[in-house]
Each structure stands twice: as C-alpha cells, then as structure tokens.
Design a protein around this ligand. Structure first.
Ligand SMILES: [Ca+2]
Ligand SMILES: [Ca+2]
Length: 132
C-alpha cells in the first residue's frame, strides 16, 4: 500500500477494486468524507507515490492509467482548490473549506497543516475554474 498527501487529499495506491465501497481500481483519493476513484484507475499494482512540481506521480506495475497507455508511471494533475474532486472549483469547495476552517482538516490546500486564509485565497483565486 502506498499513501501520499496531495492537494490536501489523501491518495492510496495498491491492489484493490474498491475503497470504502466505491469502485476504485488500484488507486483512490480520500476527499475528507469519502473515497473517490481517479478516473478509470490503473490496471495493476501501485507501488509508490511522489509529489513533484505540483503533480502527483504514481509508480507501479500498471500499463494503463485512466484508460491510456502509461506503463509503470502516471501523473495526476489536480485542480487547485477543488476539494471534493469533482473537477471544478465552486461553492461546494468553499463550504468544505469553511467547515474545516482553523483546523487541520480537509481545507488545507497548501499543506501547512492548517486551514486558514491562505487556503481560502487559493480557492477564491481558482473559483469558477473547471478541469479540461
Ligand atoms: Ca469541486
Ligand atoms: Ca493551509
């Protein structure tokens, strides 16, 4: 099992088909409330994660990632401020941030261990954006 914190969310990789009852193929993302899939997942064992240049890199024994040929490694580019992982930054993300304000909870986007105005600034700076 490999674990990483990226964009304020916990990522888990390994060899599994579901996470918390959600279908997740070998890789999953915890948004603070529920496990979510990363697209179509990857087709085999995830061994390790690394965060580099704002991207989450996964390495393992897979050949495909999210339905594309991507042997042994894959990159996940998150949308900054998208706390619930629905690929857009909107009032739901703002609500998650406000609910965890002044705690170490789900709204800690910059990873300094605290949800505060700098994280709020990130959400507001990206508000209304959607991932292509
Ligand atoms: Ca969102
Ligand atoms: Ca923070």
């Amino acid at each position: 099992m490999a674990l990483a914190i990226y964009n304020g969310q916990l990522f888990a990789g390994g060899r599994f088909g579901t996470a918390g009852g959600q279908p997740c193929r070998n890789v999953a993302r915890w948004d603070g409330q529920t496990w979510r899939s990363l697209g179509a997942g990857v087709d085999d064992f995830v061994r390790a994660f690394a965060v580099h240049n704002g991207e989450l890199i996964a390495g393992g024994e897979f050949i495909e990632a999210d339905g594309h040929l991507s042997p042994y490694w894959a990159r996940w580019v998150g949308l900054k401020g998208d706390l619930n992982g629905d690929r857009q930054v909107d009032q739901e993300d703002l609500a998650i941030l406000i609910a965890s304000f002044e705690t170490d909870g789900a709204g800690d986007i910059d990873g300094d261990g605290r949800t505060d105005q700098s994280d709020l600034g990130i959400v507001l700076a990206h508000y209304g954006r959607e991932c292509p």
